[in-house]
Design a protein around this ligand. Structure first.
Ligand code: NI
Length: 170
């Protein structure tokens, strides 16, 4: 397993729309392992392939509590097939926007259709943190970031800060 470098705001890759995975093969399984390792190392609770520079529709999640046994989840070509009318608010963060957190409102429960690492189809009923995390990561596959769900003023401030930081590193 390999820990991959994370793509950080304002890298334009984060705005790219990821492509569907046509065949779940050994390369895809290896990428899933690497993504999980990278997420655990960060540490984070979710990671989309584009955040390690791969524009394919795959994400990994583990929302188990610290100290508990790991519960790695892999979603390939995830698709939201149902969203609740009810909304909930969570404070979100993102490994590609380090140390920035903001409250985001999203549907409280969703159903997601996806493939697992063996290429089998699954329907996942999610609510609470898992619902939020899935929606956040699926957004990444469409080039959308959680800061797109906050006020324009706050978003512009964050982007400005990260743009400045990236320039000072050159
Ligand atoms: Ni994120």
């Amino acid at each position: 397993m390999t820990i991959k470098p994370l793509i950080i705001l304002p890298d334009p890759l984060l705005r790219q729309v990821s492509q569907p995975i046509e065949r779940v093969d050994a390369d895809i399984r290896k990428l899933a392992e690497d993504m999980l390792e990278t997420m655990y190392e960060a540490p984070g609770i979710g990671l989309a392939a584009i955040q390690v520079g791969v524009a394919r529709r795959m994400l990994v999640i583990d929302i188990s509590k610290e100290g508990d046994e790991r519960e790695p989840l892999v979603f390939i070509n995830p698709e939201i097939v149902r969203s609740s009318d009810e909304y909930s608010v969570y404070e979100e963060g993102c490994l590609s926007i380090p140390d920035y957190y903001a409250e985001v409102e999203r549907p409280a429960s969703i159903t997601v259709k996806s493939l697992d690492r063996e290429g089998r189809e699954h329907l996942t009923e999610a609510d609470g943190l898992l619902a939020t995390c899935l929606q956040h990561e699926i957004d990444h596959l469409n080039g959308v970031l959680f800061i797109d769900h906050i006020s324009r003023l706050k978003r512009e401030m964050v982007i400005k800060k990260f743009t400045k930081a990236s320039k000072s590193k050159l």
